[in-house]
Design a protein around this ligand. Sequence first.
Ligand code: FAD
Ligand code: SF4
Length: 567
Amino acid sequence: MANLKKDSKVYDAIIVGSGAGGGTAAYVLTQAGANCLMLEAGDWFDTATQSKWGSWFYNAPHRAQVPPNTIFDAYMAAAGGWQVPGEPYTNAPGSDFKWFRSRMLGGRTNSWGRISLRFGPYDFKPYSRDGKGFDWPISYEDVAPYYDKVEELIGVFGSIENIENLPNGKFLPPPKPRCYELVVQKACEKLGIPCIPSRLAILTRPHNGRLHCHYVCQCGRGCPMSSNFSTPTVMLPPALETKKLEIRCGAMVREVLVGPDGLAAGVSYIDKKTRQEVQARGKIIVLAASACETARLLLNSRSSRHPDGLGNSSGIVGRYLMDNVGTHVGGFLPAMMDLPPHDCDGVGGMHLYMPWWNHQKQFRHELPFSRGYHIEFGGGRHMPVVNTFQGTERFVGGGYGADFKRAARKLYGASMFLACRGEMIPNDDCYCEIDKNVVDEWGIPVLKFHWKWSDDELQMAKHSQETFREIIETAGGQVTKRAGADENWGISRGGAIIHEVGTTRMGNDRRTSVVNPHCQAWDCKNLFIADGGPMVSNPDKNVTLTLMAVAWRTSDYIADQVKKLNV
Ligand SMILES: Cc1cc2nc3c(=O)[nH]c(=O)nc-3n(C[C@H](O)[C@H](O)[C@H](O)COP(=O)(O)OP(=O)(O)OC[C@H]3O[C@@H](n4cnc5c(N)ncnc54)[C@H](O)[C@@H]3O)c2cc1C
Ligand code: SF4
């Protein structure tokens, strides 16, 4: 390691990470007039010129087989994935946690599914409802104005439905359902399961100077027209326009530095190009490196004032890690066979979905699990890749040549899947800590994960499997892939749903939480957290919209406290 370099400039705020949380903090704090330094471990990403949008599958390596390190698509804007070269993590014996990271400007907002659902009033007070998990110290009413602000800025389509515990939002019009989605919707109607327009951060009409979607279904690659939400296309440009934001990419933050008064004085990072260690100074530090990375940073920031890691006097940093429950079932819909060629592309994601519909049954204790799940589904005629017709031989009785091609065309678009995204209740067995024996390429100690689902989640997976079979059969289809008790109902590995949150939870009591209700560290008043770490529960509603709404609220609070000279 070359010599230490110390920056002389003192920024009003240093923001670590440029993803959903960091992007929100940069947007709000620069508008409030703060001079900010953003440190991002990944490279610069210019979506307009670097996105692989429009690239043909037949030009992709391995005939467009999805690489094992990623999901969705061979051209996904992921810069990393399940493994990041040089940055390992470990699992404790018996645990099998997966961690998806994107090392690039914008983090995982470049490739996320953009499903944007508000948490409902029940979701902020789950303990009061069923005696499990914990209540948030804030309520839906506290976050609602910030949901409005985020939705108005980023653009989310959806429909006003007035469904229990699924608040309406400020929506753009939703796209029309696809053909197979209508078939599934009809089956859901028969079963009394709501199937409504989905809610995605994609523009169905021009919005804030951005073009509307062209319905090419490649959102995971990053949208060069800025028609979907990512921080490099939506939040960082206006923040940069204020001339109050400096972004340094390739800056891998190692720890938060603390002054003799115990307050945060800056951060120390590795400049990945020169491998030099640099110290940057700021009056306020906002950590938004993603829930687990932020926990890692805090645990690695040990000093005489904070011997167990910064912000960790409660011992809670890293604890109560949550993901969502996932399980899925594959199906075959004969109604979709032999259709004339038609365009199934649409936006990069589902046009319909099924919100949780059994709150009242749970109130009456009629289900063997306490929390809800929503159903996501997919199918139809998307651009085929090398394995699109895998399994077709089962339905056409095998075959070769022209006959097989004819049969494959007949079946093309008739396969579908249903997937559960469900709430996990935080438990003592799910957490991350520093692995004392392993460091990454930069010499920074890495995380070790511990994971165990509880019976609540397993029962939810079982219920999902049974419900999905019912939906497929009611639609006149056949189940092609499902999981039974011997496979724990196909429940996903921890982390696999990529909604990991909860590692620096908020609370009213400093003995049992890391941050206060404004995401300000109890132990260090000029340190704030703006990612999913402070989340107290993890309802079925994908986390990112709430993460951004809470980060906006935190950033407003920072600006207000600075004005009042409190920090
Ligand atoms: C394929 C996929 C689909 C998804 N679909 C959805 C969805 O439909 N809906 C939904 O709500 N959520 C979805 N998510 C999850 C969503 O992307 C995350 O919840 C969200 O991006 C988290 O925001 P964040 O700011 O906490 O972290 P990130 O977006 O991961 O950003 C963190 C940033 O910090 C940087 N960083 C990390 N450590 C350091 C360090 N030490 N120093 C400097 N920089 C650092 C990283 O490089 C990264 O750029 C999906 C994720 C993926 C990958
Ligand atoms: S589907 Fe629409 S928003 Fe998504 S990448 Fe294509 S044009 Fe952009």
